[in-house]
Design a protein around this ligand. Structure first.
Ligand code: BES
Ligand code: ZN
Ligand code: ZN
Length: 494
């Protein structure tokens, strides 16, 4: 697959391929008549074939005058939206790579400009191209590593669409940065490795700075969740802090908190059966957050953004924390550990309480692969959202709809908070009944956020990774949250 997709202002070279969008029924838009003529009518000939349907994401290639014309289906023209274009982009890129193209002219016909939608659809197409070009082959030594063209330049010949595509490609780059880290195996992506990645990101961007709290600093700040969850591993736990400072006057401070468990064995409450495989993805909340900072450094919103990544490995040894342990957080809340596999909430509690105690946030958003229960409830299509602040919630939902990283609100009534009250301490990390697991997680976290701070929790256990190709994603990590957060922060500041 391509290592890089970029948008070029200069018209693609004479050897370039053409991409055009065809609607359901294999309809070539009237606007693409000249393009069809360039293909000596090969496009319209192909469009008549019964196997060319114009369904979303279907691609067909015809050749004329030594040029490739890639026809990408977009379904019913009246129904085309950003999601359609993300899928179209991801399929177009795969096809362009297969035929060895290094540049492509993308024809956005007038039919896509209803209500001035060219820019929105151009951005989505750019996102799709970038997301579709992701592949994780770092560890493939013998097979198919980097065959074919290495980079692709796309251009539309229209300045507005090009700049929208460029933004889309940049957002996809940030998501792919998160996906690459997410896919990196736990023997490589240790706690220190993740910290180094954050430091490197800050070194490359003048608006970002990074600090890492570990060892004595954890003790000083009483980050007891991290200390306990990380105790059994030879890889030291840490709190990674990435700060973005806007050049202009700041419009407030947003804190992002991402669960970064580099591996979740369950601890002494060990995961059984097939439950452990795939737990390298238990760092994906943190990867969403670091990916969002990667994007923030490009789109430069006017608000201050602080990313906190409580990072630990939930492992097993004679030093492991145990079910029955009681730990006390600096906000005075005591927690009885009933299940060491409910570790995410313990480290997130550190992040949330630290944010409220130290960072004076205008809003806090946490992302975590917190529960298997949310996958049962919502599947792989929507993340669970808990947010009792309607203004913050609306902003998150708007960013979600715009980016196609979908969420669904779940409740957080007092009764759920009461479920978390423990027999031996203030609260326990998991109630003895399995009822409403994902909500229990959110309810637990609520004990660590000051009432005055607008807060949202996203359980991304289902959406952060897919087992088979879905939408613009290939099987593997999706980078869920990166584009949503970037869009949210951008709209917060404007
Ligand atoms: N990391 C898991 C949640 C998870 C499960 C993510 C499956 C992705 C796929 C989390 O730490 C966990 O183990 N949660 C428990 C919670 C329970 C012990 C309260 C769960 O979901 O069963
Ligand atoms: Zn767990
Ligand atoms: Zn976990």
């Amino acid at each position: 697959m391509y290592q890089k997709v970029r948008c070029s202002k200069t018209p693609p070279a004479r050897s370039a391929a053409y991409v055009c969008f065809i609607a359901e029924g294999g309809k070539i838009h009237a606007d693409d008549k000249t393009l069809d003529q360039k293909s000596d009518g090969a496009m319209s000939q192909a469009a008549k074939r019964t196997d060319v349907s114009g369904d979303v994401g279907e691609t067909n290639v015809v050749y004329a005058k030594k040029r490739a014309f890639v026809m990408v289906g977009i379904g019913k023209l009246a129904r085309v939206n950003a999601n359609t274009m993300r899928i179209a982009g991801s399929r177009a890129v795969a096809t362009l790579h297969r035929i060895g193209a290094t540049s492509a002219h993308v024809s956005f016909h007038d039919g896509l400009n209803r209500r001035g939608k060219h820019a929105e659809l151009g951005q989505a197409f750019g996102e799709g191209c970038g997301l579709g070009a992701f592949s994780f082959d770092t560890f493939k030594k013998l097979t198919s590593k980097q065959v074919g063209a290495k980079s692709l330049a796309i251009g539309s010949g229209d300045a507005e669409i090009d700049s929208a595509m460029r933004r889309g490609l940049a957002l996809a780059d940030s998501a792919n940065f998160a996906r690459e880290l997410a896919a990196t195996p736990p023997n490589v992506a240790t706690t220190t490795y993740i910290a180094k990645q954050a430091q490197q990101l800050a070194r490359k961007n003048a608006t970002l700075s990074c600090s890492v709290l570990k060892g004595d600093a954890l003790e000083r700040e009483r980050l007891v969740g991290l200390q306990n969850v990380g105790k059994a591993s030879e890889n030291e736990p840490c709190l990674i802090k990435l700060t973005y400072t806007p050049r202009r006057k700041s419009t407030g401070t947003i804190v992002l908190v991402g669960k970064t468990i580099t591996y979740d064995t369950g601890g002494l409450s060990i995961k059984g059966g097939n439950g452990m495989k795939g737990m390298k993805y238990d760092k994906n909340g943190g990867m969403a957050v670091i990916g969002a900072m990667h994007a923030v450094a490009q789109i430069k919103p006017d608000c201050k953004v602080i990313a906190l990544m409580p990072t630990a490995e939930n492992s097993i040894s004679d030093e492991a924390y145990r079910p029955d342990d009681i730990i006390e957080y600096p906000n005075g809340v005591t927690v009885e550990v009933t299940n060491t596999d409910a570790e995410g909430r313990l480290v997130l509690a550190d992040g949330l309480a630290y944010a409220c105690r130290r960072l004076k946030p205008d809003a806090v958003i946490d992302l975590a692969t917190l529960t298997g229960g949310v996958v049962v409830a919502l599947g792989k299509f929507r993340a669970g959202l808990w947010c009792e602040d309607s203004s913050l919630r609306k902003r998150i939902e708007a960013a979600s709809e715009k980016t196609g990283e979908l969420v669904w609100r779940l409740p957080l009534d007092r009764e759920y908070r009461d479920m978390m009250k423990s027999q031996h301490a203030d609260i326990w990390n998991s109630a003895p009944v399995r009822h409403a697991h994902p909500i229990q997680g959110a309810a637990f976290l609520s004990y660590f956020v000051d009432d005055s701070v607008p807060w949202a929790h996203l359980d991304i256990a289902g959406t952060s990774q897919v087992d088979s190709n879905a939408g613009p994603y290939s099987a593997g990590p999706t980078g869920f949250g990166v584009r949503l957060l970037a869009e949210f922060l951008d709209s917060w500041s404007s």
